[in-house]
Design a binder for this molecule. Structure first.
Ligand SMILES: Nc1ncnc2c1ncn2[C@@H]1O[C@H](COP(=O)(O)OP(=O)(O)O)[C@@H](O)[C@H]1O
Ligand SMILES: [Mg+2]
Length: 271
């Protein structure tokens, strides 16, 4: 399951480079969680209006449009797309059978969603990928660090230690290379997401894990009448897909989300 690239590569672009955005507007945007031009460009104007406290939607729209134009992210040629596609890596999963099914492992520049019942092994697979992602590309890894969002408190450093030792890696160093964040609410999850962009670039992150993407949303948005709101918020996660694509042009980042039976959301990822 992947999304087409929108951005060309390069380092994150500072907000002050947007025409008409000076120090004070840049500060307002940063305080609202928009760390750079890329995050603005992939955010709906409505959300920028709310978070940055603009009275009029048009003001937010102008900034978002300007951010998109600055990045030149409206069009790329199919050739550029092909060139970026060639840079895709596969990260082995630790299971030969699964790697064969996936054509060598989980591919970069994409969101991969693990869907399965409780106890089916989604978290175990994420823990395994925390280790294999750190292997060199020639060993079937991505040669980078991992950002791990744990919404259910199921991350196990002991298990990672064990897997790293089994794979001949230094377990202590492997754990040092995993940046962990416990996620307490769906709002917290969205906040962390907004800040993840910067962290990934700073920390040479090649894999982002969200385990699980849905649990807080399901717990907080109960009943059919809240479904539209929940879907709208979850939809924001599509930004991560764009953001994964962008960062991948500098290295190779991918994101793993897990959700126990997330059928109503799944079609959104299969674009
Ligand atoms: N330390 C471990 N070593 C090997 N297998 C484990 C370990 N801990 C849990 N498991 C296996 O993983 C299963 C739980 O999978 P988990 O990844 O937590 O499921 P999910 O995230 O899909 O709910 C357990 O049934 C158990 O068999
Ligand atoms: Mg789990």
């Amino acid at each position: 399951m992947g999304r087409a690239h929108i951005f060309k590569g390069g380092p994150a672009v500072e907000l002050e480079q947007i025409p008409g955005v000076g120090k004070s507007i840049a500060k307002r945007l940063r305080d609202a969680g928009f760390a750079n031009v890329e995050t603005l460009a992939v955010t709906p104007a409505r959300e920028v209006k709310e978070k940055a406290g603009y009275e009029k939607l048009e003001a937010a729209q102008r900034i978002v449009e300007a951010a998109r134009e600055l990045l030149g992210c409206r069009f790329i040629t199919a050739y550029e797309h092909w060139e970026m596609t060639k840079k895709r890596l596969r990260c082995r999963t630790g299971s030969k059978a699964l790697d064969n099914l996936l054509g060598g492992g989980i591919e970069t520049q994409a969101i991969t969603e693990l869907v399965g019942q409780y106890g089916s092994g989604k978290t175990q697979l994420c823990l395994m990928l925390c280790v294999t992602a750190q292997l060199k590309p020639e060993q079937g890894g991505l040669g980078g660090n991992v950002l791990y969002f744990d919404t259910e408190g199921t991350f196990s450093s002991n298990r990672v230690y064990q897997i790293a030792a089994e794979n001949g890696l230094d377990p202590g160093q492997t754990l040092h290379n995993i940046i962990l964040s416990r996620v307490y609410t769906s709002d917290h999850q969205m906040f962390l997401l907004d800040n993840a962009f910067e962290k990934c670039a700073e920390e040479n992150v090649k894999l982002v894990v969200v385990d699980s993407i849905i649990s807080h949303f399901r717990g907080e948005y109960l009943g059919r009448e809240t479904l539209a709101d929940r879907q709208q918020k979850l939809n924001l996660y599509m930004h991560l897909g764009l953001f994964a694509s962008f960062l991948d042009t500098q290295g190779s980042l991918k994101e793993i989300c897990t959700s126990p039976a997330l059928h109503e959301y799944l079609h959104r990822l299969m674009l």
